[in-house]
Design a protein around this ligand. Structure first.
Ligand SMILES: NC(=O)c1ccc[n+]([C@@H]2O[C@H](COP(=O)([O-])OP(=O)(O)OC[C@H]3O[C@@H](n4cnc5c(N)ncnc54)[C@H](OP(=O)(O)O)[C@@H]3O)[C@@H](O)[C@H]2O)c1
Length: 293
């Protein structure tokens, strides 16, 4: 496995397993397969409503907790001063752990300015090993940074060959930020997976187009956690460390016209702001995926 090291020296496995849109039943079925295959990095969120299942499967695996890099995220209704630390503790309880390895503010809405110092406190108290922002645009990153003691150590954003984030990376260069990419395979978009450049490189290297895209991510320094419920794809997604794209091939992929799948809206969708009872572990909202533009 390759690792990306954060500004405070924490090593993040560059390839992990994401559990977005997986029910607790899905997690019970597929997370053990991923752990068995060697995945040691899991990306969840309180709003995925599967933290209990994730915690149970980590515990059941017998793998020492410190060998797993575990991420969760707080939905915006958890940002207020009165609830934030309580909700961090509630996530830890559901995950059946004393700490997570990475804790995010999931979306750039509501009382995020109040929440950041509480994440800093959680970091100082050892409830998380790193803290970061997910889906935050540059202006709101700046607002947080202006009042921060700890500059966000990790940014999680949509990132794939159609949204390579070179501008955001350039804007934050010098802050030693680790970048994580969601929708690393464009949420499985066949149009992306069958682009001629990926078909050509897949034939050249004897890999699938998904593996070519994942290899591009590795060479870009991106941390990714493709989601799959297929054991074959889990294996394939780990099998990307025995070849390398040339500089010219990387440049061809970098030249793909940019067209994000999702535009972070200025105003939040209503379901982003509601306060949920996470003890149910059944997702109460009906979105199946973030909207494709
Ligand atoms: N912070 C945020 O707001 C945010 C938003 C979205 C996602 N995320 C995180 O990012 C993770 C990944 O995003 P995602 O799951 O939406 O999208 P993704 O990983 O880009 O795509 C998942 C799709 O790719 C397919 N796939 C996986 N491996 C494949 C392979 N080797 N060959 C062909 N197809 C393959 C899967 O289908 P099969 O099941 O058939 O393999 C699935 O349909 C999430 O699970 C979550 O942890 C975060």
């Amino acid at each position: 496995m390759q690792y990306v090291t954060t500004s405070n020296g924490v090593k993040i496995p560059q390839l992990g397993y994401g559990v977005f849109l997986m029910t607790s039943k899905d997690v019970h079925e597929h997370l053990p397969q991923a752990l068995e295959l060697g995945y040691r990095h899991i990306d969840t969120a309180n709003a995925y409503f599967n933290e209990v299942a994730v915690g149970e499967e980590i515990r059941n695996s017998g793998i020492p907790r410190e060998e797993i890099f575990l991420t969760t995220k707080l939905f915006p209704a958890s940002y207020g001063k009165d609830v934030c630390m309580h909700d961090i503790d509630a996530s830890l309880k559901r995950l059946d752990t004393d700490y997570v390895d990475l804790l995010f503010l999931h979306h750039p809405y509501g009382e995020y300015l109040q929440a950041w110092p509480i994440l800093e406190q959680a970091l100082a108290e050892g409830k998380t090993r790193t803290i970061g922002l997910s889906n935050f645009p540059l202006d709101k990153i700046g607002q947080i940074a202006n009042n921060a003691t700890v500059f966000p150590q990790v940014m999680q954003v949509e990132m794939n060959p159609r949204h390579n984030r070179h501008e955001l990376k350039a804007a934050l260069a010098g802050h030693d930020v680790a970048f994580e990419g969601w929708y690393p395979l464009g949420h499985g978009d066949p149009e992306l997976l069958h682009m001629p450049v990926f078909e050509e490189l897949a034939a050249k290297y004897g890999k699938s187009t998904a593996q070519i895209i994942e290899r591009w991510h590795m060479q870009e320094g991106n941390i990714i956690f493709p989601k799959t419920m297929s054991v074959e794809h889990m294996k394939a997604n780990m099998d990307i460390f025995d070849f390398a794209l040339t500089d010219e091939e990387m440049a061809r992929i970098d030249a793909i016209p940019q067209k994000p799948y999702y535009t972070v809206p200025d105003e939040p969708p209503e379901f982003f702001m509601a306060r949920y009872d996470y003890s149910t572990q059944v997702r109460p909202f009906t979105n199946t995926a973030l909207k494709k533009d």
